[in-house]
Ligand binder design. Structure first.
Ligand code: KG4
Ligand code: ZN
Length: 347
């Protein structure tokens, strides 16, 4: 019966979508109008509960989502100044992420979609990060180049049309955020790793040489695993020999090695494809050093940079609403047997 209902749904250009995100340690809900306008965006994080374990504990995250999901969604609807009946659709992250965590959001969204008799839109978290740019620049239209730098993915792509990606290349092993998190551990920095590496790097100098991460000079593929190992070897080597070293210098040198390549390759992609716009998404795009370098080089090369504010780079539900809208316009709705997926392909 529900499936029959959503078959004949009239698509509205200014659709108001409630988006739900629960793939990791943030329970988030947002209301987005017409895929571009954030009416509200609420986030409750369980990050502090994971600190003493040095990383996200899936069970704790799931429990925290269960406790927070209704309240977060209700707050999002209320602060958008609307009623549930004003919603045109419910979008939800179905993957990639922690299965138990995703399931909380998926179950909640299904229940709400069923109760309100509104379409349910399945959204890929990765595509959500990329769609955050549409919330920043209302005139943004494909084609453009996108740099994705998150905890799970690192890639450079050409966006040919809404939701149509041509991946030029990316990491062959660890994602850039993963490398930040692993280096944070080696430097005994607390969870969350990325922001703490950035903080320490501000006090250091870029004076340690780590290996280049490029796989094939002219291409767009790179490897973070070698860089991570080089940092581990450097730190362990110094400690074993009892030699003094500066953790801040290691952090600064790693940060530069890990992100300079992304800046260089993103600009190369724009120039090779004669595209004058670059968008950036994912948690690592919150990194101040990367943001400054991107801003500087894009200005010099005449590339328009669409750089979402930090809170739209790290996990949030507004970006799920933006991508949800793209899927809504395509009529890509889920049935109520929608399942969560730990891994989702980028393309
Ligand atoms: O995009 P995201 O929030 O989650 C995924 O979808 O993966 O990215 C999380 C990643 C983590 O690895 C985190 O350490 C990194 O983004 N990150 C940062 C910064 N803030 C978050 N890395 C470097 N500098 C930051 N300021
Ligand atoms: Zn994310």
């Amino acid at each position: 019966m529900y499936n029959d209902l959503i078959k004949d749904f009239a698509i509205k250009k200014d659709a108001v979508i409630l988006a739900i995100e629960s793939s990791c340690d943030e329970t988030a809900a947002a209301v987005v109008r017409g895929g571009r306008e954030i009416l509200s965006s609420e986030i409750m994080s369980s990050a502090t509960e994971h600190v003493r374990f040095g990383g996200v504990v899936p069970e704790i995250a799931s429990r925290a989502h269960t406790a927070a999901i209704s309240l977060t969604a209700e707050k999002a609807v209320e602060s958008a100044g609307i009623n549930l009946s004003d919603l045109d659709a419910i979008a939800v992250t179905y993957g990639a992420g922690l299965l138990g965590a995703l399931l909380v959001g998926v179950s909640y969204a299904k229940t709400l979609a069923y109760a309100l008799k509104k379409p349910l839109i399945p959204v890929s978290h990765i595509r959500g990060h990329l769609a955050a740019a549409y919330l920043v620049d209302r005139d943004l239209r494909p084609p453009f180049v996108s740099l994705l730098a998150s905890g799970g993915h690192t890639a450079i792509m050409v966006v040919n049309d809404y939701g149509k990606y041509e991946v030029l290349g990316g990491t062959l092993d660890d994602a850039v955020g993963e490398a930040f998190d692993k280096v944070a551990r080696v430097l005994s920095l607390p969870y969350p790793g990325g922001p703490n590496v950035e903080k320490l790097a501000r006090e250091g100098e870029i004076n340690v040489t780590f290996p280049k991460m490029l796989k094939g000079e002219g291409g767009y593929n790179f490897s973070y695993s070698g860089l991570k190992t080089a940092v581990i070897n450097y730190v362990h080597g110094k400690e074993q020999k009892g030699e003094e070293y500066s953790k801040a210098d290691v952090a600064a040198s790693f940060q530069s090695a890990a992100t300079d390549i992304l800046v260089k390759k993103a600009v190369q992609a724009c120039e090779e494809h004669s595209l004058k716009t670059l968008t950036v998404g994912g948690g690592v795009a919150a990194n101040g050093y990367l943001r400054e370098n991107l801003t500087e080089i894009c200005e010099k090369r005449g590339i328009k940079l669409v750089l979402p504010p930090k809170k739209l780079c790290t996990d949030n539900a507004a970006m799920i609403g933006a991508e949800g809208y793209i899927q809504y316009l395509k009529g890509n709705f889920a049935a109520l047997d929608l399942n969560a997926k730990a891994r989702v392909d980028l393309g």
